[in-house]
Ligand binder design. Sequence first.
Ligand code: SAH
Length: 340
Amino acid sequence: MADCLLHPEHGYYRSQEAIGIGGDFITSPEISQMFGELLGLWAADCWQKMGGPSRVYLVELGPGRGTLMRDALRAARALPPFRAALTPVLIEASQRMRDAQRKTLGDDVGAIWHEDIAAIPKDAPLILLANEFLDALPVRQFQRGDDGAWHERCVGLAEDGVHLQFQLAPRPLPLDPVLPPALRDAPPGSIIESSPAVRATAADIAVRLRLQGGAALFVDYGYTQPGIGETLQAVYRHAYTDPLAEPGLADLTAHVDFASFAKAAAEAGAITFGPVTQGEFLKALGIEMRAARLKQSGSKTQGLEIDAALHRLTAPEEMGTLFKVMALMPPESPAPAGFA
Ligand code: SAH
C-alpha cells in the first residue's frame, strides 16, 4: 500500500493528478473555503488558549493541493499576532504534491516543507492539522482461516504470474489472546485490519505535544469501535475499483480505527478529545454563520453553491457523519473548540 501510493517513480501521489475535479477524489477543503478557514480559526483559538506564544509551527500533514493551508492562513490574518507568530510547516512525501502546494501558497507565506513527521522542528509549540492523511497510511489485514487460526492476508502473484491476488500467510499468528471478545467468535473468513502506521503517527504527535506543547486535529473517515470487516478501498477517476487491479494508478485508502488511534496517543502521553462527527464539529465552529455571511456578499448562483457545500460537508448522508474529528492535546489542556 505504501509503495503503491508513494513509490518515487510509480507511486500514485507522485504520478497521478489525485485530488480535485480532474483527479480521482474531492476532499473537504476542495469543496469549500469554509473548511480551511474554520480550521485556521480553530488553530488561532488554540494559540490564544496557549497564552499566545511568540513562535508556533502551524503544521499540516499530507496537505494535498495546499488548499486547506491557504484558507487557514487567510483566516489567521483575522488575528494578526497569531499570523505573525506562526511558521507554516507542510509535511508531504510526494514531490509532485509539494510543487502543487508551493503554487497554491505562493512564495511569501514563509512556509517550510519536510518529508516526514520526524523532521518537524522542535524549538517551538506546534498546532497541527491533518485532513484525510491517516486514511492514506498502510494497513495490515488478518483473516481467520478454515483452521480457526488468524493468518496475515498478504498480496502475492496469481498463478498467471501477472495479476496480483490476496493470499493467506501459511503460518498462523498468535492473535487470539489480544483480540477483543467480540472478535474471538468471528467465523472463518472474517477479516480484521490493523494499522501500525496510524498508531505510530498518534504516538509521534503525542510525544511532540508533550515535549513542545500545542494541539493537533485529525479529520478522517473511520469508525469508533473495532469490528470485523475490511475497509481497504481503491478509487480511480471518481469510481471504486479493485485495490489490486491498478497498482500506482488508483488511490488506496482504509478507514481509520479511531479507538486504536486514541489509545496509542494516550499511551504516549497525550489526552484525546472526540471523535465527534464532522457535521457536529463544523457546526460547533460556526459553519452555518460563515455560510450565511458568505452568501450576503455573493451572487445568487454563489449562494446556491455555498448551500450545496454546507450540505455536503455537514449532512449525515454526505460527509457529516462518516467523517470524524479528533484532537490530541498535551496533558491538562482545556478542551479545544468544537469538543465542548
Ligand atoms: N489533506 C489533503 C490531501 C489528502 S490526500 C486534502 O484534504 O485535500 C493525502 C495526502 O497525504 C497527499 O498529499 C499525499 O501525498 C500525502 N501523503 C500520503 N502518505 C504520506 C506520508 N506517509 N507522508 C507524508 N505525506 C503523505
